[in-house]
Design a protein around this ligand. Structure first.
Ligand code: APR
Length: 280
């Protein structure tokens, strides 16, 4: 299908064909790629949505440009904007969404080959997805360290500083360097695990992409690693990243929780999905 062919938008036929493919047992290595769009329903703003996205709402922090909040050079000069944001995003106040729980269902049914997430909110872990199935490609708030001497900083102390909106500094003798969560800032290397497990994306027999603008590389390149004939399903408010250009792409445009619920209906997993989500 070339670029100007109208994308296959959501229709029960396409989702039901995805469901049939999964139920046939031919989809055993499902690779899922997620972004901030699967956590907006949890109350965590995404980055690039106009009006509601974080980058549209950081103007009050007088940043040279929004992304500076995640820029290491800027952070070293002025860590305050990041810590204002960290206070808002810090894990512990949010609840996983139906989309997170759907990925856990895939894992429990032995169908999840690997989850690659760009999110730093740790909601995948809280949803009960097995840790070894999660690659947090942009790190997370789960740990933090001094950017000078690299000494790890105590998590409880970190939570204290963040809740007070204060900037934590290294307490190692004579250091005093800035402490930063192990979140990948622009210009930093992605975790080794991302590169070690990239081949999992090549082995996929079904790719689900959920809630991401696919604007940030190298993560965005993951969607092109699966073989040509491998079906790719996009659950997103908008069409992104060339999804819809391959013959076996399925576009489920709209709220990702609603798209996931429709797929769960087609799979006969809806009750189980809602039950598990309610019990979280
Ligand atoms: N349902 C479906 N799609 C949604 C929903 C929703 N409820 N809410 C938002 N979206 C879509 C938006 O339309 C957008 O296409 O999710 C996408 C979110 O894109 P971004 O805000 O760019 O977030 P993400 O793709 O995760 O950003 C990637 O950029 O800032 C860096 O490192 C940061 O990991 C982040 C990376």
């Amino acid at each position: 299908i070339d670029e100007d062919t109208p994308p296959k938008t959501l229709s029960s036929r396409t989702l039901s064909s995805v469901a049939k493919y999964i139920l046939s047992g031919r989809a055993r290595r499902i690779v899922v790629m997620t972004g901030a769009g699967i956590s907006t329903a949890a109350g965590i703003p995404d980055f690039r949505s106009p009006d509601t996205g974080l980058y549209a709402n950081l103007a009050s922090l007088d940043l040279p440009e929004p992304e500076a909040v995640f820029d290491l050079g800027f952070f070293k000069l002025n860590p305050r904007p990041f810590y204002v944001l960290a206070k808002e995003l810090y894990p512990g106040n949010y609840h996983p969404t139906v989309s997170h729980v759907f990925v856990r269902l895939l894992a429990e049914k032995g169908l999840l080959h690997q989850l690659f997430t760009q999110n730093i909110d740790c909601l995948e872990r809280e949803a009960g997805i097995p840790g070894e199935k999660i690659i947090e490609a942009h790190g997370s708030f789960a740990s933090q360290r001094c950017i000078e001497c690299k000494a790890e900083f105590d998590a409880a102390k970190m939570r204290e500083f963040v809740s007070r909106g204060e900037v934590p500094r290294c307490e190692e003798e004579g250091c005093g360097g800035l402490v930063k969560p192990d979140i990948v800032f622009f210009g930093e290397q992605l975790p080794k695990a991302f590169f070690d497990r990239k081949d999992m994306a090549e082995e996929a027999d079904l790719v689900l992409v959920m809630g991401t603008s696919l604007q940030v590389h190298p993560f965005a390149g993951l969607v092109n690693l699966a073989e040509e004939r491998v079906p790719r399903v996009l659950f997103n408010l908008e069409r992104v990243g060339g999804m819809g250009s391959q013959a076996d792409d399925v576009l489920v445009l709209g709220d990702c929780d609603e798209g996931v619920r429709k797929l769960a209906d087609e799979l006969g997993w809806r009750e189980e999905l809602e039950e598990k989500w309610r019990k979280l």
